[in-house]
Write a new protein. Structure first.
Length: 587
């Protein structure tokens, strides 16, 4: 299902820079503005020093007939050196400012991503979110730390040089100023296309990141399905798309440089010819000509910088919109509500209706159940009936469109998410293991400190101590990315040990032994039996013994509760359940 992202603003759609939105985004990062202002001030001082050099050169050249003015020559060299040092300090400060902004922006994005509801991650590829976190934030940093300061100093240099040139010789300056709009008119179509292609490249890159992350993350599925040719074709298609966009970008970038250079050279030659005629007629000194040409060179660089700035601005505009869309996504209110215990209270659903989106297929319809304290409630039924969705709602990954979930006499939404989830132990069919050590995985998400004895104790309870002892580094053994260095049964027992350590009040088992061999299943089932003691347990039934031993069974079919009761009651009164048991368990 493709997620419908927030539509970009009208200004962004037209390619115009949304200054208000950009400034709002930057303010969210709490930047150190003093670094920006000091860096800009030093940059302006360096530019001022550079603007003084041609005037000194004019005086120096005009005085050649009386010999070289050594003090003036030393002054010119000193200005060059001072300007270079100040520029270096300015660049360092602005670079630090930009890195600080991008670090804070990425921290803000990371914070938001981790607190978005599960529904967001159902719809958006991980690689696309990674692209927002890395590529788009880098575009904004380039604008802030590089393009914007360069634009400010280039603008001052351009304006300063033009003012001095007008004071030196307004006629030559007028000729040059009239020619600059012609140059910009030639450059404008190229700049627009370059900006458009830059946005296309960012979007294509985000899409490719998503595909690459998804494919490489499920590389075992790719290989077991002989899907290498398919994924090669799919990846190559996206790489080719990026290549074609890159070709266009390279074309326009390569054209922009020579066109700008040729235009400025034509302007330079024209001014030079006119100035040479003025010198020959005696209406201009040689020193003025050299000084004027030096100012002309100082103008050429800033004009190119300004052109590059608008291209960077356009790219950053698209990045800003995408990041703001992500930051505007509503996050989970993890701490809103009461922090109370749910022990010894009845958990219940009351007439719950649910669909994954407002216009999508109804997954659950009028589902109700009760789980009394310290009982085992089983959910049975055909695959796809909605059993795992019930668990997703109980974990509050999603909110029902109708009905409510209660614990005791209150709505579960009145309890803070942190408090609610901390009292639930969830062991799924494919229990997730993070890259890191066994110790890291056992204590994952906990803010408490545990001794080795405590960890070994929960491993004993989960029938996992023996295989952990046999590992080369014991608790500090690395399990690899997604736990690839441990078997399925070992992974399940580590998940059970983690649940023991959490000491949950409510235990949810989602077909925790479904994909295991008989030996592993027996060990995991023994560990689960220990874990279920003294807790309210909800289990999606996979084994017949689980169903028979459950205090209450709810038969879920096509999103509805078709029947409820003990195993014997359902066998006697619900034909669909009786058929399910006969087919599922060959009874």
């Amino acid at each position: 299902m493709e997620r419908r992202m927030a539509a970009p603003s009208t200004a962004a759609a037209r390619g115009k820079f949304d200054l208000k939105g950009f400034l709002h985004l930057i303010r969210q990062t709490a930047p150190k503005y003093w670094q920006l202002w000091i860096g800009l001030t030093l940059g302006l001082l360096a530019t001022g020093a550079q603007l003084m050099v041609p005037k000194f050169a004019q005086t120096l050249i005009n005085g050649f007939s009386h010999g070289v003015n050594q003090s003036l020559l030393v002054g010119v060299i000193g200005l060059f050196l001072i300007s270079a040092v100040i520029s270096a300090i300015s660049g360092t400060l602005l670079g630090i400012f930009g890195e600080n902004v991008v670090a804070n922006l990425r921290t803000t994005l990371w914070h938001r991503l981790l607190r978005l509801p599960v529904g967001y991650f159902d719809d958006v590829k991980t690689g696309e979110m990674t692209s927002r976190l890395v590529n788009d934030s880098t575009q904004i940093k380039d604008l802030l730390a590089n393009a914007f300061p360069q634009m400010v100093t280039a603008l001052m240099q351009l304006i300063g040089a033009l003012v001095i040139m007008v004071l030196m010789d307004w006629k030559m300056t007028a000729i040059m100023v009239l020619a600059i709009p012609v140059v910009l008119l030639v450059m404008l179509p190229i700049m627009r296309q370059s900006s458009k292609i830059g946005r296309q490249r960012q979007d294509a890159l985000a899409s490719f990141n998503g595909t690459a992350d998804e494919t490489l993350g499920e590389i075992r599925l790719v290989k077991s399905s002989n899907a290498e040719p398919y994924e090669t074709t799919n990846g190559t298609h996206q790489i080719t798309k990026l290549y074609r966009i890159g070709l266009k970008e390279a074309l326009y970038d390569s054209v922009a440089g020579p066109v700008m250079t040729a235009s400025m050279m034509a302007l330079f030659v024209g001014v030079l010819v006119y100035a040479a005629a003025r010198v020959a007629s005696g209406t201009m000194t040689m020193g003025t000509l050299v000084s004027f040409l030096m100012y002309l060179f100082q103008i050429i660089g800033p004009v190119g910088t300004l052109g590059q700035f608008f291209t960077t601005l356009s790219k950053a505009n698209g990045s800003t919109e995408r990041i703001r869309d992500l930051l505007n996504e509503p996050e989970e209110a993890l701490t809103t509500g009461n922090d109370q215990s749910v022990a010894d209270q009845t958990l219940a659903m009351h007439h719950v209706n649910f669909a994954y989106d407002d216009e999508g297929q109804v997954i659950l319809s009028d589902v109700s159940f009760k789980a009394a304290p310290n009982t085992v409630v089983a959910f049975a039924g055909p695959s796809g009936g909605g059993k795992s969705t019930i668990f997703g709602l109980l974990e509050r990954y999603y909110q029902p469109q109708g009905g409510q979930i209660t614990i005791g006499q209150q709505n579960v939404n009145d309890i803070s998410l942190n408090a609610w989830r901390s009292q639930i132990g969830y062991v799924s069919q494919d229990s997730a293991i993070m890259a890191g050590t066994i110790r890291d995985n056992l204590t994952y998400g906990s803010d408490q400190t545990y001794t080795d004895d405590q960890l070994w104790h929960v491993l004993e309870l989960a029938s996992a101590a023996d295989f952990v002892h046999a590992m080369p580094a014991g608790l500090d053994t690395q399990v690899g990315e997604r736990g690839v260095k441990v078997s399925g049964g070992q992974r399940q027992r580590l998940a059970i040990a983690r649940a023991f350590l959490r000491d949950p009040k409510i235990l949810m088992l989602d077909e925790a032994t479904a994909s295991l061999d008989s030996e592993s299943e027996a060990m995991v089932q023994k560990a689960l039996g220990e874990l279920m003691k003294g807790r309210t347990t909800l289990v999606i039934a996979h084994r017949l013994s689980t169903i028979v031993d459950a205090d209450q069974i709810y038969f879920i079919e096509k999103g509805r509760v078709s029947g409820s009761g003990t195993h014997q009651e359902l066998m006697a009164n619900v034909p669909l359940y009786r058929d399910y048991v006969k087919i599922q368990f060959k009874e």
